[in-house]
Write a protein that binds this ligand. Sequence first.
Ligand code: AMP
Length: 188
Amino acid sequence: MHIVFIGPPGAGKGTQCQRLTEHLAIPHLSTGDMLRETDRNSSLGKVVAGYIDHGRLAPDDVVMPILVERLSAPDCAAGCLFDGFPRTVNQAERLDAFLADAGSQVDVVLHLDAQADELSSRLLRRAEIENRLDDNEQAIAARLQVFGNQTVPVLEHYRSRGIVERIDGMRSPEAVFTQIQRRINGRG
Ligand code: AMP
């Protein structure tokens, strides 16, 4: 099963993805983690860091090869959970084409929804704990704007296929996970 997890920064995607991959025993593919792992001293790493630190999306031509390499590994053959990917309609179309070539498809898109005012305060609280360079006020505002402009259209892309499940991210982590399990089981 291929699951796409989409939600604005601060909606609690990381926590839920971790629980869900353990529950389903499928790999967790986070493009944010992959990009953060590129060596900041390499020429690619410098380019990537410039985007991440300012809350802007790395170019599709940088993200796609990294994602495709990971997705081609044998442990992803039976499915995986995409976290933070696709973030643009172009990435979604390229993912669809890649999976179609392998006789597969995205089965369900979980849309973790939360109110905008709650998101920035959650992110600022997280900044104190995790020390992420892109959890400052300016980068947070940019990331929320990018989500609205470039990632919300990805939801529209998948909505036309009837595979988007909206999850209320304003509830407790346990209640959110229960909703997710119900929606997945309903489609299993
Ligand atoms: P995340 O950990 O998912 O919040 O991602 C952190 C940052 O990594 C984002 O703000 C982007 O700069 C970059 N990033 C992660 N995933 C993607 C993607 N699919 N396309 C472009 N940039 C990405």
